[in-house]
Every structure is written in C-alpha cells, then in structure tokens.
Design a protein around this ligand. Structure first.
Ligand SMILES: CCCCCCCC/C=C\C/C=C/C(=O)SCCNC(=O)CCNC(=O)[C@H](O)C(C)(C)COP(=O)(O)OP(=O)(O)OC[C@H]1O[C@@H](n2cnc3c(N)ncnc32)[C@H](O)[C@@H]1OP(=O)(O)O
Length: 543
C-alpha cells in the first residue's frame, strides 16, 4: 500500500493544545492550516503563536529567520472545508465524544481520500472515531502532552482498524516534530492517562478524606517523588473537567471501582472551579494564570464614610489593635488599606475632635498616630494604600506610612494642616519629604495645596492611577502577585529598604548583604532556585 508524503498538516482546534501542535508542526517545516469555530479565532491563535516564536528568538532559542519562516507556514483558515489539500489533519477539539465524532465525520468528508486523520484525544476510543469515517485504516490517535512545545512525548494510539503504513507515517511525522513516540493499543486512558488519572484522583481522595491539605500533598509529592509539579497543581493545569471526563471513561469502560472519580472532583467541576483556565480549582489563579495563595491578602477598610473616614481616637485605636492582630497572623502575605465609600480614603484627622484638644492631648493623639504608622512600616508584609478619594492631612500621612500607594483617578492628596493653624502630626513632613523630595514636601506643607492623582503620579507620591471602579481590583492583583513570592525575601526587602533610608549608604549596603546571606539555607531559597532550574512555578512556604 502506498503511503502519503506529509507536507501540509491541518490542525482542528486553536486552543492551548491545537495551538501547541500547530506551532511544533510549523517549526518542523510543515505548512499548517489552523482552524477553529471561525476564522477570527484561528487568526488570533496564529498571532499568539507568532508572538511565542518571537519570545523564543528573544531567549536565543530560535533565530529570527527561522521564526519568520515558521510563522509564514502557519495559515489560519475558516474551517474544516479548507482541509481539502491537507495530507494529515490532527483534531484537537474539546474532549467530548459526540463533538469529536461529528468533527471526524466532517473532516473525513472534506479531506482527500489518501490523507491521514488523527485525534489528539486523551481518552476517547480511537476505534470508535475511526468507525465514523470512510478511511478507518488511515485514522489513529496522536496524543500530545501539555504544553506541547515543551513536552517531549507523543503517545500514538493504534485503532483496531489502523493500517501499519498509517502508523509508520505518523510516527515519522511526530519524530520530525521533535517528539519521542510511545505506542499504545486502543484501551481506556491509553498508556499515560491510565497511570496518571488514578494518581491524580488518589491525591484528591486524600484531600477529601482530610489526610492532608492540597499544599502538603503537592509538596510531599514534589519533594518526595521528584516530579516537576504536585498532582493537584497538575490536575488544575490539565483542567478538572478534563480529569473528570477521563476518570469517567476509565471507570465506565474498564468497570473497576478503583477508577471512580472522587466526589470532591465532581463538586469542583459542578461549581465551575475547573482549575487554572477557570481561575480556580484546588488553588486560586490570577488573570495571568499565576497561583494566588488564598487568604494571604488582607484588607483594612477605614469605615466612617459619613465623615469621609476622618480619623478620630476611636478609629485610630481600632487600627492599632487590628494591626497588632495582623502582626500575629502568620498566613498573611500582603495587606491593603483603603477607605469606605466612593469619596475618601481619609479626609484627615477628625477636626471636630481635635478642636478642643489641649497640647498634651494632641501629643498623645499624634503619638498614637505615629505608633500606627510604625506598626505599618515594621510589619513583615507589604502594606499597600488603595487611595479611592480624599487623602488629606492624617489621611495622606496614613497612605505615606504604607509601603506604596496606588490611587483612583479622582484621588486628591494634600497636607492642608496649615489652613487649621497646625502642622502635620503623623509623619506628613518627614515621610512626604522622603517620598517626593524636600522641595515638593515643603511647598505642599507650607501652602496646604491639594493635588490631583495625575500630579501625585508625576511627583512620585503614588505608583499608579486607575479608574475608580478598577482601583481595588488592580491593587488586589498587585498584592496577590506579591503573595506568590518568597515571604521571607519580601520581608527582608521591606526591612532593608526602610532601614537603609536612615543610615549612610555603606551601612545600608551592609544591612543588605546581611539580609541577603540570611535568606540562604531557607526552604524558600531552595524552592525558588530549584523551581527556576526545574522550569516550574515556585511554591513558597515562608520558612
Ligand atoms: C494611622 C493614621 C492615624 C492618624 C492620626 C492622626 C493624628 C495626627 C494628628 C494630627 C495631624 C493631622 C491633622 C489633620 O489631618 S487636620 C485635617 C486635615 N484635613 C482637612 O483639612 C480636610 C477637611 N475636610 C474638607 O476640607 C472637606 O471635607 C473635603 C474637601 C475633604 C470634602 O468636602 P465636601 O465634599 O464638601 O464634604 P464635606 O465637607 O461636607 O464632608 C462630609 C462630612 O465629613 C466631615 N469631614 C470631612 N473631613 C473631616 C475631618 N477632617 N474631620 C472631621 N470631619 C470631617 C464634614 O464635616 C462633613 O460632616 P457633616 O457636616 O456632619 O456632614
């Protein structure tokens, strides 16, 4: 029997797997036609692949010429009807048997008679897929691993009907794409998922039965067994809906209860918590897919909106108590301070309360304010001010005691105490000078001028400004990002940056080198560096 020479490859499905397959096929020199539900999605995916190739050029892993030539070989197409001249079509649609059967029949009708048809299915019977086509001998499974450009394996699955020439041609094509091939007969889960899915489910049963936390299970597996990621992290990456679908295939087709899916997995999928792609599974993920340690970001809201969150002794005393509690909380990794309502962060110390104060009372009030500022500055975790409106007088000073400030576009800052015949009493003079420079601090303190967000950004008082409705979300994103870093390292960076401000540079540098050295030998230092070298995200524990 004649074997076809593969020159043009069609890829059906421009999601993560399909895009990865298209990338490796084009890199191997094949002309690739990429299709999805419409041309727009296919075009978007091709641009993404081109961007990915650009990154490889930046990293020196691909020459600019090779990247350009590869990108040129990638052609987005409107749909299956464009696969007429393809020598091989690889279907990489959602893992749904009815959908794949429909797509297989449609591909079969559109393709030339001698072309080969493969499915990237991870669990569905390839024999069943082959049976809906008029070319069953030219069908097989070509199961790539995720992420396709990085993972070396392709599992080739022989359907009962697959002809030997089909197998040989596809094996050669996979090898040309830089992959190592293992061969499986068509049995539930094939080779890889037959082993993997029960292992992932076992980790989930352990969570379900309260044997250990997801973090401990993943850390135990990683450090004890040496895979690059823990089973629950991996399940989140694969997609819990996919894991459940494969577990169900194994259970139904093999009929052994050892393959049943844990109730916990079913419930997470029912809740829509399908893992990384959905933002939540066993872990929580931010928009960039970075793991966000849950419960690690705290928020303090100054809650006296009818008085624009003006700071009276009661509110400042409460702050002092809450910050002392936060200091004892070993789980928190970042803290956000913001104001209730849409008008103010804090419009200053409470003028009504201050109006009758004697000198000693004002001193005690100022000292309480300074104690709160010192608490915020010396917390081991970063404190971020989300300034949503007026931050005047004591309000501006409170924001300055935070590690940095982000503000809404309608925020207003100022030290207007001179209008009241007093001066800032909670660090407004000195912290402001350190933040924006002595000249600007003098002008603000002497004139009592109130400045808008743009000006605050220009002079470096705030790090970023955002639309009012986006402010808190943006600040939470920043806090969540910090929460994924090594907590010991962040704490040392905060300490050194603060202390270094008040000592000569050589002493500051000495502080830095001591802190740098002190981090070596910590679990986090070992984990961070091992994660980099292992090309995986780090999982820091703060020890
Ligand atoms: C961890 C921090 C601890 C800090 C502890 C501080 C101790 C340090 C001691 C001293 C240093 C600090 C000194 C100061 O902060 S002095 C105060 C500086 N601030 C101001 O001067 C601003 C005063 N407010 C205004 O100018 C305006 O309210 C405005 C421009 C901000 C907004 O104007 P508008 O939109 O017209 O709103 P209202 O004026 O109607 O305000 C609504 C409501 O809120 C009351 N209010 C506003 N600010 C204060 C305030 N600072 N103290 C008390 N009450 C305030 C205002 O009176 C209104 O109340 P209502 O009439 O009963 O409705």
């Amino acid at each position: 029997m004649m074997t076809i020479e593969i020159r043009t490859v069609g890829v059906l499905g421009a999601g993560q797997m399909g895009s990865g397959i298209a990338q490796v096929a084009a890199t191997a020199g094949y002309t690739v036609k990429l299709a999805d539900v419409d041309l727009e999605r296919a075009t978007k995916a091709t641009s993404k692949i081109a961007a990915m190739l650009g990154k490889l050029v930046e990293k020196g892993k691909l020459t600019a010429e090779a990247a350009e030539a590869t990108a040129k070989r990638l052609i987005p197409v409107a749909g299956i009807a464009d696969f007429g001249d393809c020598d091989l079509v690889i279907e990489a649609a959602t893992e749904n048997v009815d959908l794949k059967l429909k797509l297989f029949a449609a591909c079969d009708a559109a393709m030339k008679p001698d072309a080969l048809l493969a499915s990237n299915t991870s669990s569905i019977s390839v024999t069943k897929l082959a049976a809906v086509t008029k070319r069953p001998g030219k069908v097989l499974g070509m199961h790539f691993m995720n992420p396709v450009p990085l993972m070396r394996l392709v599992e080739i699955v022989k359907a009962v009907q697959t002809e030997p020439e089909t197998y040989t041609t596809i094996k050669e094509a996979a090898e040309k794409m830089g992959k190592t091939v293992v061969t499986s007969n068509d049995a539930p889960g094939f080779l890889v998922n037959r082993i993997l899915i029960p292992m992932l489910c076992e980790a989930m049963f352990a969570v379900q039965e309260g044997v250990g936390t997801p973090e401990d299970i993943d850390t135990g597996a990683k450090l004890g067994l040496n895979p690059p990621m823990g089973p629950l992290e991996l399940a989140d990456l694969i997609g819990l809906d996919t894991v459940l679908a494969i577990a169900n295939v194994l259970y139904t087709d093999i009929g052994d209860t050892k393959y049943r899916a844990p109730t916990l997995l079913k419930n997470l999928v029912r809740a829509g918590w399908v893992g990384k792609k959905g933002g939540r599974g066993f872990y929580v993920y931010d928009e960039k897919g970075q793991k966000v340690p849950e419960g690690f970001v705290g928020t303090i809201t100054l809650n006296r909106p009818d008085k624009l969150n003006a700071l009276n002794a009661e509110l400042v005393g409460e702050l002092h108590r809450v910050l002392a509690e936060i200091r004892r909380d070993k789980d928190l990794r970042a803290l956000i301070v913001t104001g209730a309502g849409d008008k103010a962060f804090a419009a200053g110390a409470d003028i009504a309360a201050m109006s009758t104060m004697t000198g000693p009372e004002a001193k005690a009030f100022g000292e309480l304010g300074h104690a709160v500022g010192a608490q915020m500055e010396t917390l081991a975790i970063p404190v971020i001010a989300a300034v949503n409106g007026f931050a005047l007088g004591g309000g501006c000073e409170m924001a300055l005691a935070c590690d940095f400030i982000h503000a809404s576009t309608k925020a207003k800052f100022g030290q207007p105490e001179v209008n009241l015949g007093v001066i800032p009493g909670f660090g407004g003079t000195n912290r402001l000078a350190r933040r924006v420079g002595i000249g600007r601090a003098r002008e603000l303190c002497f004139t009592g001028d109130v400045i808008g967000a743009e000006e605050a950004l220009r002079i470096g008082l705030v790090n970023g400004i955002h639309a009012p409705e986006e402010l808190l979300g943006k600040v939470k994103e920043i806090a969540a990002k910090i929460a994924t870093k090594g907590p010991l390292a962040v704490a040392q960076a905060k300490r050194v940056l603060l202390r270094g401000l008040d000592v000569p540079l050589p002493t500051a540098n000495e502080l830095e080198v001591q802190a740098f050295a002190a981090l070596f030998g910590s679990e986090d230092q070992r984990e961070g560096m091992a994660a980099f070298l292992g090309k995986r995200p780090a999982n820091f524990v703060g020890r």
